[in-house]
Ligand binder design. Structure first.
Ligand SMILES: C[S@@+](CC[C@H](N)C(=O)[O-])C[C@H]1O[C@@H](n2cnc3c(N)ncnc32)[C@H](O)[C@@H]1O
Length: 216
């Protein structure tokens, strides 16, 4: 009865919340003191798919809030490495990570990243960015591909030869053409749907290994 008085949106929100709190990865993240369940998507790629991050690596984390990927990356690169994270949202400081609050898809965001890199080329670019969902599938898809194109452009400017890129994307319009573009710049491309990525979500990850170009 009580449910009948709730709006459709409220019912959807409480169904999402119920699923969220009962999600095994949410529980694991809580137990292990991680900032987000998203960390398990990255660790699967690191452990099983050959995303190679070594001590001393330079890694750029696009769409880094609330910070679970950056926290993990710091452990891999150690004190001689450099992690730079950018997000639209503010986040609590992470030791060893240079955090930038800006829109990656703006001149301001690009300049802030360039300044933080201070001329160093990048070993790995990771992106967990997704656009804010409008509810219109085609609009959201085009925005996602737009972020993917920006990520590839950034990677092609800053990656060292042999470097890697990992980015979230959605299957749909524009995806095939984008994957071909990625394939021209990297020796090997993998599609990855990590176990921690909800089956109901359209997201998956593209891993590009072995950047062919040279950092500018
Ligand atoms: C799924 S969350 C990332 C979670 C993160 N990997 C973690 O482990 O904590 C996606 C993030 O992308 C950010 N984002 C989306 N578009 C962006 C943009 N244009 N510039 C910077 N950040 C963006 C959002 O603000 C959001 O915090």
């Amino acid at each position: 009865m009580a449910n009948q008085s709730k709006s459709k949106k409220d019912r959807k929100t409480s169904a999402w919340y119920y699923k969220h709190v009962n999600d095994a990865h949410v529980k694991q993240a809580k137990r292990e003191g991680k900032r987000s369940r998203a960390v398990f998507k990255l660790t699967e790629v690191l452990d099983k798919h050959g995303l190679n991050i070594k001590k001393g690596s330079v890694v750029v984390d696009l769409g880094c809030a609330p910070g679970s990927w950056s926290e993990e990356l710091v452990r891999y690169v150690g004190k001689d490495g450099l992690i730079i994270g950018i997000d639209l949202l503010p986040l609590n400081p992470i030791e060893g990570v240079t955090l930038i609050q800006a829109d990656f898809d703006t001149t301001e965001g690009q300049e802030a990243l360039q300044k933080a890199l201070a001329g160093r080329s990048v070993d790995v670019v990771v992106s967990d960015m997704a656009p804010e969902m409008s509810g219109n599938k085609l609009v959201d898809q085009m925005r996602m591909i737009g972020l993917n194109e920006m990520t590839l452009h950034f990677a092609s400017l800053h990656l060292r030869q042999g470097g890697h890129v990992l980015m979230k994307t959605f299957m749909g319009t524009g995806y095939e053409v984008f994957r071909q573009q990625l394939g021209q710049q990297f020796q090997k491309i993998k599609n990855i749907k990590p176990a921690a990525s909800r089956k109901t979500s359209a997201e998956f990850f593209l891993l590009g290994q072995g950047f062919r170009g040279e950092s500018k």
